[in-house]
Design a protein around this ligand. Structure first.
Ligand SMILES: [Fe+2]
Ligand SMILES: [Fe+2]
Length: 203
């Protein structure tokens, strides 16, 4: 059953759904600022949040199909995209307010509340994603899902296991399309179109 499920939910469909549900955040200058900060290994905070959103969606689809549990997938994706919106380099000494692992959910929530319109589920996702390092457990199933997805992605990124490069590439491609940086002109040769495509992938 698990194999059949993964076959149906392809990375392509997940990337499309993730972008559609989270595009108001993904396309914002504010969220894209997280491309400047490293999270784990060579992964940026922006890439890490995309990976967490992907696995959160994957878990949500699995729960909906197998256990018929309803998940608010818009809030799930938006919360996942903003769960590490702390906006500093945590590797730099003194950059965080106290011990980063314990304090960054509060900072991320303060920043996200300032820059985006959040609902209660999205706030809870951000505030509780580090549980049990933070004292209060997740109040919503969406928060629990993001917390689990976050731990898996952190592990994969630390040990350089590639679990999200395709989704990151697709989302960056969609950003470039939305910003008008890439278009397929009928006069382009295939080689020109493909080389443009490759350049966009490196954004
Ligand atoms: Fe975090
Ligand atoms: Fe995280």
């Amino acid at each position: 059953m698990a194999v059949q499920f993964t076959k149906r939910i392809t990375d392509y469909r997940l990337a499309k759904e993730l972008f559609n549900r989270g595009k108001s955040i993904i396309l914002s200058q504010e969220a894209q600022a997280t491309k400047e900060f490293t999270q784990h290994g060579e992964t940026t905070v922006f890439e890490h949040c995309l990976a967490v959103a992907k696995f959160s969606l994957l878990i949500a689809h699995f729960l909906e199909r197998t256990l018929k549990i309803d998940i608010d997938k818009d809030s799930l994706v938006r919360g996942a995209l903003l769960h590490d919106y702390f906006l500093y380099d945590w590797h730099v000494k003194g950059a965080s307010e106290g011990v980063h692992g314990f304090t960054h959910p509060r900072v991320a929530l303060k920043n996200a509340d300032r820059d985006f319109e959040l609902n209660d589920i999205e706030r809870d996702i951000i505030a509780k994603h580090m549980f049990p390092l933070t004292p209060f457990p997740p109040m919503y199933r969406e928060s629990l899902i993001v917390s689990i997805a976050d731990k898996w992605c952190a592990l994969a990124e630390t040990f350089k296991i590639d679990v999200s490069s395709y989704i990151i590439y697709r989302v960056n491609f969609n950003i470039a399309l939305a910003e008008g940086m890439y278009s397929i002109n009928s006069g382009d040769t295939l080689t020109e179109a493909l080389s443009d495509h490759k350049a966009v992938a490196n954004i």
